[in-house]
Design a protein around this ligand. Structure first.
Ligand SMILES: Cc1cc2nc3c(=O)[nH]c(=O)nc-3n(C[C@H](O)[C@H](O)[C@H](O)COP(=O)(O)OP(=O)(O)OC[C@H]3O[C@@H](n4cnc5c(N)ncnc54)[C@H](O)[C@@H]3O)c2cc1C
Ligand code: FES
Length: 499
């Protein structure tokens, strides 16, 4: 099947600098659900309708546990909307790092769980007859500069009997130093999959959980009393207890979908700086790059421009069809957090910190959380416990705290030296405006949008993201439009209008 393009063949970078053209939500649909309008009770409340929340609620509902899922916006409107949806146990070079930080046994347990998660997707999609372009393919980890990391990851796959081989033969349009080819991985379109699972779940959309007191969640206009509460909100929304803000940050990456390129019969993930990732979807090639901490500048001035220009080197006739970006929560030890929200809250559960590998991680974490709720044993419970402690994480945790202190002191002491007159059209700056420190965006027609740039989450000073025309928080990754509307959590409210 051919996919319609959102841009003309002559598209230049200026056409798509700030406005995203997402792929999955444009080409597939998920039925909408109504807003919660009255108080209800249930056994389990799942907060968040991304892939992690939907899978958890599905597994619980299958056991006839009275489960309700709420989403602040709509199902699949968060980061899952813009994933590249590769279902792989190959997660960059994570296993050698986990082995170093923990042990071979723990790395092996985690690798096995990721391999099983691919099979779980396969089985579920087959049983429910979901037409979601699920296909088994090899996945390559490749290096263009140095081959050491690839060789070390290969050693691990041999120890753990993962089906992977070293090779230099790839379908990439350039030579590689070395690649590691994992067999029997998979890719899909997440929309039809999530849509099908949603049919088995009681869902309320446009229902943001505002506060939670023990087993009662207060939403706008209604409350939910639940015996157990699962936080699948991508970034956990309660700061205390849990302290997730001190042990995770968010990282963004950028994707373009292109036509008139070869069909890739495998997925590719590059591990060297500036390497690209590749996968095909129908007649499109999805190319991604440029990871960076949210709230800091991308490594390349305009990642979309970089992706398009890189693609045109190899495929001069390629045409840009979609462009989008997303972000994910990064943990200091590269394992996700799944299980009890904190030691002091035995009826609260969490799934987060997928380190940009949220397909298989959501599957294994959703199984783990639903096993704990059902009272079943699961070998990953202590490994992925959010309360785990590992000496190797002390330094990254201190670095997170340092980041927050730096940004908070900017909030307290920084007096901007520039004025509104210094702002160019379609750009923004933090300036003194009407006697107050403001984030001011100047529209093409000269209209000014003026917002309070103290992040509503914990008060850090927001930074201007000129590629996406958003205010982003360098501390924990909340994001807002230039008008101040909330895009990404952990913040739960929009910015104050300072006009
Ligand atoms: C560019 C990019 C590409 C990626 N590609 C891959 C890939 O190929 N393979 C892979 O395995 N992983 C990939 N990932 C990672 C993966 O996409 C994510 O880990 C995953 O989608 C996260 O799902 P989630 O359910 O945790 O979050 P989300 O999808 O963000 O869902 C959270 C939901 O919670 C809701 N919510 C938030 N606050 C509240 C509240 N107070 N009340 C009610 N609801 C609330 C939101 O509206 C949202 O719908 C990629 C990540 C990026 C950045
Ligand atoms: S996201 Fe935590 S302070 Fe902004």
């Amino acid at each position: 099947m051919r996919i319609a393009c959102k841009f003309s063949a002559q598209t230049t970078v200026g056409d798509f600098m700030s406005i995203q053209k997402p792929l999955w939500s444009t080409t597939s649909k998920i039925d909408s659900h109504k807003k919660l309008s009255k108080d209800i009770e249930c056994d389990v409340l799942v907060i968040g309708g991304g892939i992690s929340g939907i899978l958890t609620a599905y597994f619980l509902a299958q056991e006839s546990i009275n489960t309700v899922l709420v989403d602040a916006s709509s199902v699949c409107s968060g980061q899952t909307k813009n994933t590249t949806a590769k279902i792989t146990s190959q997660h960059s070079s994570c296993y050698q790092q986990i082995e170093r930080k923990f042990s071979t046994d723990i790395a092996r347990l985690y690798a096995d769980a990721n391999e099983r998660a691919i099979d779980d997707f396969d089985r579920l999609i087959f049983d429910l007859k979901v037409d979601c372009d699920f296909i088994r393919l090899p996945s390559f980890l490749y290096a263009t500069k140095s081959q050491d990391i690839i060789e070390k990851e290969f050693e691990f796959t041999r120890k753990c009997r993962i089906n992977a081989v070293l090779t230099k033969r790839t379908q990439l349009p350039f030579d590689v130093k070395l690649a590691l080819r994992y067999e029997n991985q998979a890719q899909f379109n997440p929309y039809p999959f999530i849509s099908k699972l949603s049919d088995y779940i009681s869902i309320f959309e446009n229902t943001r959980v505002l506060t939670i007191e023990d087993n009662i969640a207060y939403c706008d206009g209604a409350k939910i009393k639940a015996k157990k509460i699962v936080f699948a909100t991508h970034y956990p929304i309660v700061n205390f207890p849990g302290f997730y803000f001190a042990r995770m940050h968010q990282s963004r990456s950028y994707v373009v979908a292109l036509k008139n390129t070869p069909l890739f019969k495998a997925m590719y993930y590059g591990i060297d700086k500036d390497d690209l990732s590749f996968r095909s979807y129908k007649d499109l090639l999805l190319l991604s790059c440029c990871s960076h901490r949210t709230g800091e500048n991308p490594p390349i001035k305009n990642p979309y421009q970089h992706l398009l220009e890189s693609a045109r080197v190899y495929y001069p006739n390629c045409q840009l069809c979609y462009n989008f970006s997303a972000q994910d929560c990064i943990t200091p030890d590269l394992l996700p957090y799944a299980g009890y929200y904190s030691k002091s809250k035995k009826d609260w559960y969490v799934l987060t910190g997928f380190n940009k590998w949220g397909m298989t991680n959501s599957m294994l974490c959703a199984k783990l959380v639903s096993d704990i709720i059902k009272g079943n044993k699961n070998p990953l419970q202590s490994v992925l416990s959010p309360s785990r402690f590992n000496m190797s994480t002390v330094k990254p945790v201190l670095s997170e705290v340092g980041h927050a202190i730096k940004s908070l002191s900017k909030t307290a002491f920084y007096i901007p030296s520039q004025s509104v007159a210094d702002i160019k059209e379609e750009q923004a700056k933090i300036v003194m405006y009407k006697g107050k420190r403001c984030g001011v965006y100047k529209a093409k027609d000269g209209e000014l949008f003026c917002v309070d740039v103290s992040c509503p989450h914990m008060g850090c000073t927001l930074s201007w993201n000129n590629v996406e025309k958003t205010w982003d928080c360098p501390c924990h990754g909340s994001r807002f439009t230039y008008k101040g509307e909330l895009i990404d959590n952990p913040a739960q409210t929009s910015l104050k209008d300072n006009r």
